[in-house]
Design a binder for this molecule. Structure first.
Ligand SMILES: Cc1cc2nc3c(=O)[nH]c(=O)nc-3n(C[C@H](O)[C@H](O)[C@H](O)COP(=O)(O)O)c2cc1C
Length: 151
């Protein structure tokens, strides 16, 4: 399974309703591409995780990168992983309170800083991302119906 994570800076204000609409559209499109992942937004910064077939993910990343609503700052391609972490989430928007529910505010800020500054090795960043994904999947395990109802 191929996966990547990127961070970007918003070029316009994003209200919760705009974010939900964006994630809703992404969810529908990603379902058709067998891509799963999540999107978070905090203080004008996006962090998105995408997993799926390499070609599908790279093509989507190209589209996303050309979207004028944000500017991609950094993309990290993750090493091949044995499985999908998020089999049910074609694109789940995680609000700050969702992140808080799994005590991930701290980890996310940490990760963004590390991605931004290059102080930490890629391995360290990947390790943190794995921790985030594992915590997400455990926490939401008993809440399998994603925010978006199936089509
Ligand atoms: C932060 C961010 C994340 C996005 N994530 C996705 C996504 O996961 N899947 C998707 O299809 N579009 C996503 N989009 C929207 C795409 O950039 C693009 O607008 C959409 O695919 C429509 O493309 P089109 O106008 O070429 O049809 C995202 C946009 C932003 C700003």
């Amino acid at each position: 399974m191929y996966a990547l994570v990127y961070i970007s800076k918003a070029n316009q204000p994003f209200e919760p309703s705009t974010l939900h609409a964006l994630a809703d559209q992404a969810n529908r499109r990603n379902r058709l591409l067998s891509i799963t992942g999540f999107l978070t937004y905090k203080k004008g910064q996006f962090l998105q995780y995408l997993e799926g077939k390499e070609k599908a993910v790279d093509n989507l990343m190209n589209t996303i990168q050309n979207d004028p609503r944000h500017t991609v700052v950094k993309i990290i391609n993750l090493p091949d992983q044995p499985q999908r972490y998020l089999s049910e989430w074609h694109m789940r928007y995680l609000s700050v309170s969702d992140l808080g529910a799994v005590s991930l505010d701290d980890l996310l800020v940490d990760t963004l800083n590390k991605l931004d500054t290059d102080i930490y090795s890629k391995e360290k960043v990947l390790e943190i991302l794995r921790r985030i994904l594992v915590r997400f999947s455990r926490y939401f395990e008993d809440k399998p119906t994603s925010f978006f109802p199936p089509l």
